[in-house]
Design a protein around this ligand. Structure first.
Ligand code: MGD
Ligand code: MGD
Ligand code: MO
Length: 773
């Protein structure tokens, strides 16, 4: 079935974020679900006690009860999952793989929910139906036939529940490998790596309540109006009560400028709106580390001036003395960094940094939030450590209304890590698993996403299992990644919806259709709850509300248990008994994972329970027992080695981002309301000066070619230029269409996260054949 699409148009959007525009969009998603009556009930149960956790982002719930707790994009996610359209055996009989490959990602997912297990047996071009037991037997046969368990990789996308994730990692380790790549490798990995080293925990230190107490909230590299819309309300409240909201973002994102609150009847009726920031800075891509360094430089300067006058300066020297290590070295590196380098790299004026530093110095309580604009760069880990250094200077970690807030992406990506989905597991986790289950865990590090692709390319990984997600499209260097997947002997996708990862497969492939967050999950002991953890480390239960579209779908825990039982039998763990009642899985989690004692009982609290954050209480689990200033020089050049070795200079630096109507590789429509685009995703936002400098015209079609120090040509064809309010030298386009441009070897130091926000590109005349509409 062909999904709806508007004609291509670009008109800058004049209205505030959310408000009536959002309501119209919710109504559209709801009607298009093909089961509006069922879904209205579902939407009202979103994020309510006894209801289900919203399958969209990882933002937490307001402690206040009794409100509507879903946003526009949450409603889209719910209606997209709870659709009446289904993809069954007849669909695959009618459509060969080659035919399906001709369709775009929007079309593929629009076809509906996957309703029965399907098998591509290596001989033809069509999937055929297969029974569940037979499917499990296929997987077991392949896994048992590998020369080593490390020839398999078990990928996780961040929607998997805690129960599913715990079982999955337990199975991988019982089978014998730490090859557990996950979407976090492409997402907030840098945050985890940086914070673990700096403050001894990889998670954010703030809670929802802290936002109401902060005097200033800094938002770096994040677009909450689209990706965390429920965050707009606490930001609006902050501005309204006189707190500072300071944005660092090269684009003027509408949700960070003006907001019409759907929860505010007066504002809706009068069509009013609220300002969303008190200062807005537009740095160069990758320039945030230099910007933060500039703020630190002012803080040290003002401290010296104050000391000369015998006054109190901005530094919290008591906190630094009691809690921190490495202060002197940090002061030196800040002193040594020149203003010339700071201004050139940050792309900001000295007066702008001074203004940001003033706000920083004057705020008693301050929160720093960030997302992909910070984490998807080559030097993301140093940047996040620089942010941490800045907060440590003023004792802004571990007190109410203050702290670090990496705003997570997928609704349970943080929980999946807590449950042990990690290619570099902590030894304590492996010790605890061994003690509880009595088998010995593999101790070598496994592979992350980038290393998985390299290993598949070289034939070292031969079986790929995906617990959700869309590995073929979300990853970098698309044609190369596709060839890597095609070298596998078996690829297995546990999924809710059809996507390209079902079409770009190993020699054999399986589609295992699973229940989603909205579906009622019935097991032997009755309907089950699963649990998730949000960005604020709150763990709570989620109950599916809707009758599943097909009786052939199984829950993620049931599918994992089926695979594990067929592969390993019952000796180590009685997998099938565990899924009869998920309370049994939670009892195991309680035994193994710190902070989950009495798990089943504590879930009964409305709103769930808080996993303590040691750094939030000023306990520093680092090797020195202190919070560490970690000292890095600014990078010599933001262009990384792979590009610098190449003689050609880039025309522009490209970031890849999300439109308002997508969830990662899931495309809800071809529109991007706040950026004014309708009906097209193959667009390239650029500054008009740059467009002319490069010899092109607004609305002309171009090819985008990226630069790297190898002989691979990385090109995407036929993108329409849109003259846009974007700093000179920068360009932006949507992910995943631009993923063929990201070289696999271009990743963050220490994080291995593809540099999706910094791609050196050149523009060429379009070589795309005109598309027939
Ligand atoms: N509706 C919806 N919700 C989502 C998602 C979705 O796709 N759709 N995805 C989920 C996931 S997995 C994630 S990780 C999050 C993603 O949430 P975001 O991180 O907000 O997502 P992006 O669209 O990648 O936006 C990055 C923002 O950073 C800015 N930026 C880019 N480069 C830089 C830079 O160098 N410096 C600065 N200061 N800013 C920069 C961009 O202009 C953009 O505003 O959202 C989650 N929630
Ligand atoms: N260029 C570029 N690349 C990026 C990014 C970027 O900003 N730029 N962002 C990166 C980020 S932050 C992330 S998190 C990754 C995302 O990478 P992934 O998490 O792998 O991708 P998604 O698009 O979220 O996966 C969508 C698919 O998940 C399946 N699915 C949905 N719900 C469920 C469920 O409940 N259970 C199961 N089993 N399956 C389900 C559906 O079949 C759907 O097609 O992409 C990364 N890639
Ligand atoms: Mo993400």
């Amino acid at each position: 079935m062909r999904p709806p699409a508007d004609r291509f148009r670009f008109h800058p959007y004049q209205r505030p974020a959310a408000g009536w525009g959002a309501l119209r969009s919710v109504a559209h998603a709801w009607r298009d679900s093909k089961q509006p009556f069922k879904n209205l009930r579902a939407m009202l149960q979103t994020n309510q006690h006894g209801g289900f956790d919203c399958p969209s982002c990882a933002w937490g719930e307001a402690p206040k009860e009794g409100r509507i707790r879903f946003c526009e994009n949450g409603a889209k996610a719910v209606n997209w999952e709870a659709t009446g359209r289904g993809v069954d055996a007849a669909f695959f009989r009618e459509n060969s793989i080659d035919q399906l490959l001709k369709h775009d990602d929007y079309w593929l997912e629009y076809q509906g929910r996957l309703t029965e297990p399907m098998y591509l047996d290596g001989s033809g071009n069509h999937y055929r139906p297969i029974g569940w037991d037979e499917a499990f037997a296929v997987i077991a046969r392949h896994l048992k036939g590998l020369a080593s368990p490390d020839e398999a990789a078990f990928y996780t996308s961040g929607r998997a529940s805690n129960e599913a994730a715990f079982l999955y990692q337990l199975f991988a380790r019982a089978y014998g490998t730490n090859n557990l790549p996950d979407c976090s490798n492409m997402c907030h990995e840098a945050s985890g790596v940086a914070l673990q080293e700096s403050i001894g925990t990889g998670k954010g230190t703030v809670t929802y309540e802290d936002f109401a107490r902060a005097d200033a909230i800094f938002l770096m590299g994040q677009n909450p109006g689209t990706n965390h819309p429920r965050m707009l309300e606490p930001l609006r409240e902050a501005v309204a009560r006189g707190a500072q909201v300071v944005v660092f973002n090269p684009l003027r994102e509408r949700g960070l400028e003006r907001f019409q609150s759907p929860q505010n009847a007066l504002q809706m009726l009068t069509d009013g709106d609220s300002a969303m920031n008190t200062a807005y800075f537009r740095p160069a891509l990758g320039g945030d580390m230099a910007a933060v360094r500039g703020i630190a430089k002012f803080i040290f300067q003002w401290q010296r001036e104050a000391e000369q006058d015998g006054a109190q300066g901005p530094l919290d020297l008591e906190f630094v003395a009691a809690h921190c290590a490495g202060f002197e070295a940090y002061r030196q590196v800040v002193d040594q960094t020149s203003w010339g380098q700071i201004l050139a790299q940050s792309g900001l004026q000295r007066a702008e940094l001074e203004r940001a530093a003033h706000i920083f110095a004057r705020s008693e309580r301050l929160i720093f939030c960030w997302a992909m604009g910070i984490t998807q760069h080559r030097h993301s880990v140093p940047t996040i450590q620089e942010i941490t250094n800045l907060l440590l200077l003023r004792g802004q970690i571990g007190k109410p209304g203050a702290g670090l807030c990496p705003v997570r992406g997928h609704s349970n990506v943080q929980g999946d890590r807590t449950m042990g989905i990690a290619d570099r597991p902590a030894p304590e986790l492996l010790d605890a698993l061994e003690q509880r289950f009595g088998f010995s865990c593999p101790r070598e590090d496994g592979v992350n996403v980038v290393k998985t692709i390299e290993a598949m390319e070289e034939g070292r990984i031969r079986v790929f299992v995906g617990l959700g997600g869309n590995f073929a499209q979300a990853t970098p260097d698309t044609p190369r990644t596709h060839r890597a997947l095609q070298r596998c002997q078996l690829t297995v996708q546990i999924s809710t919806k059809l996507n390209r990862s079902h079409l770009v497969t190993g020699r054999e492939a399986l589609i295992l259709p699973c229940l989603g967050r909205t579906d009622i999950d019935r097991q032997l002991s009755g309907p089950q709850a699963v649990t998730v953890e949000d960005s604020f480390s709150m763990v709570h239960a989620s109950f599916g509300q809707l009758q599943p579209l097909s009786s052939q779908m199984r829950s993620e825990p049931a599918i994992i248990a089926g695979i594990a039982d067929a592969t390993l039998g019952k000796d180590m763990v009685n997998w099938l008994a565990l899924v009869e009642d998920y309370g049994r899985i939670r009892d195991l989690i309680a035994d193994v994972i710190p902070g989950f004692r009495d798990f089943n009982r504590r879930l009964e609290q409305p709103g769930g329970f808080y996993l303590q954050n040691p750094a939030g209480q000023r306990r520093w689990n680092t090797d020195l027992g202190k919070a560490k200033f970690i000292t890095h020089s600014l990078p010599d050049s933001l262009l990384n080695e792979g590009v610098r070795h190449k003689a050609r200079k880039p025309d522009l630096v490209l970031q890849t981002l999300r439109s308002h109507d997508q969830f990662n590789t899931t495309v809800y429509s071809l529109n991007d309301r706040y950026r004014g685009v309708k009906g097209e995703r193959h667009v390239l936002f650029a500054n008009l000066e740059d467009i002319h400098r490069l010899g092109f015209e607004d609305r002309q079609k171009v090819d985008i070619v990226s630069l790297w120090n190898d002989d691979i040509e990385r090109r995407v064809q036929g993108f329409t230029l849109i003259a846009f309010d974007i700093p000179e030298g920068q360009a932006a386009t949507y992910y995943p269409e631009a993923n063929p441009l990201v070289p696999l070897e271009s990743y963050g130091i220490g994080s291995y996260t593809p540099t999706s926000k910094f791609i050196a590109i050149r523009l060429e005349q379009s070589t795309a054949p005109e598309r027939i509409v």
